[in-house]
Write a protein that binds this ligand. Structure first.
Ligand SMILES: C[S@@+](CC[C@H](N)C(=O)[O-])C[C@H]1O[C@@H](n2cnc3c(N)ncnc32)[C@H](O)[C@@H]1O
Length: 360
């Protein structure tokens, strides 16, 4: 698979635009501590893997509560931390951060990286005591090209396109879990949390999924650019972000139906709840300052969407002598204008999906 065929590759300006991701990680700090306390003393060392770690502070915050909770009980015990992500992750920034005052580096704590895809095996069989994965597993294994005019986002797909992507998302999730089932040792635990969806009567496909306003704003601007001859309609009609935000039932399904997974894991929790802070508009605190509100939304969108947009839509779809960067600049300019002129209309709502499993 080429880099551009991955659903994500090297998210941009991650540190600046990841407040939302960091909130989710910090929301789970207490649960991480609790899981580690329940593991007790682990021989020969406590082995933690954070899958889809990213390059920033949230990769530290995912691990620090586990290390602190463990060392509080077993002061000299060795801990091994493995940060797992794709080759394009900004590994230099991450490793600098780990040994900075904001990191967790200390004697007796070993740090490593595993580089690859979490849809394949990333570490050895039976080698993980605590696996975490935050804001990452909603990215599918491959870029998506479907016959899907009218939506760049799974939530608004209809008919065969929706069915096809739903099947792909279920198969990816099953594969993710099967890999973790091999990697976790018996008694080890897995905490996965990312964006989710909830049933909602009257909504397209009967579900309200996180970020619906944000994706609909992107669809609107992309359609404007196609209508005005900036990008090829034929490319837009086949472009869909490679994400799927599951409901609790979707997350539970393979754990109850796949014989391997059913045997491998006990379910401790599978739930979807509104984000604890500003669940209906991530940047509600700035709504009275439309320029700042728009700036924050565009920065946030660029952070997670730019690589997919530029490699799968702007560059291959460029027409009339324009190039990808020029189209990107116009896309973000228009997006900014929509957020600035109509604050609240395309608000980003968030629901958190949390899955906690224990390996049997
Ligand atoms: C939004 S970032 C989240 C980073 C961090 N966990 C956090 O909560 O802030 C998503 C991360 O998942 C990684 N990712 C996406 N798909 C992946 C895959 N198939 N295998 C490994 N990492 C993946 C991306 O490279 C990116 O670093």
């Amino acid at each position: 698979m080429s880099e551009t065929e991955r659903s994500t590759e090297g998210m941009v300006d991650y540190g600046k635009n990841s407040a939302m991701q960091q909130q989710l990680v910090n929301y789970h700090a207490e649960r991480i501590r609790d899981l580690v306390q329940r593991l007790g003393l682990v021989q020969p060392e406590l082995r933690i893997v954070d899958y889809g770690c990213g390059p920033g502070q949230s990769a530290i915050d995912a691990v620090a509560p586990a290390v602190e909770a463990y060392r509080a009980r077993f002061a000299d015990a060795t801990v091994s931390v493995c940060h797992a992500d794709q080759p394009g992750n900004d590994w230099n920034s991450l490793f600098q951060l780990i040994s900075s005052p904001r990191g967790y580096a200390a004697p007796g704590i070993r740090t490593a990286a595993a580089i690859g895809s979490f849809y394949g095996q990333m570490v050895a069989n039976n080698s993980v005591d605590l696996g975490t994965c935050f804001m990452a597993s909603h990215w599918l294994s491959h870029a998506v090209h479907l016959d899907a005019p009218g939506s760049v986002w799974f939530g608004d797909l209809r008919g065969a396109a929706r069915v096809e992507l739903a099947a792909r998302a279920q198969s990816d999730w099953k594969q993710f879990l099967q890999c973790r089932a091999r990697e976790l040792r018996s008694g080890g635990c897995l905490l996965v949390s990312c964006l989710g969806a909830v049933p909602q009567v009257g909504e397209i496909n009967g579900q309200a999924a996180s970020g619906r306003g944000v994706y609909r704003a992107m669809q609107k601007v992309a359609q404007e650019l196609a209508d005005e001859g900036w990008i090829k309609e034929s490319v837009l009609d086949r472009f869909v972000f490679g994400v799927w935000f599951m409901t609790d039932d979707e997350a539970r399904a393979p754990l109850e139906t796949d014989p391997v997974l059913k045997q491998a894991f006990d379910i401790e929790d599978i739930s979807v709840v509104p984000a604890p802070y500003n669940p209906t508009d991530v940047y509600a605190d700035y709504i009275d300052d439309p320029d700042e509100y728009a700036r924050l939304y565009v920065g946030y969108i660029r952070g997670f969407a730019h690589s997919a947009l530029s490699t799968q839509l702007f560059t291959p779809g460029a027409k009339n002598g324009r190039d990808g960067p020029e189209i990107a600049a116009e896309f973000y300019r228009r997006l900014h204008e929509h957020y600035r002129s109509q604050p609240g209309k395309y608000a980003g709502e968030n629901w958190y999906l949390t899955v906690v499993l224990r390996k049997t």
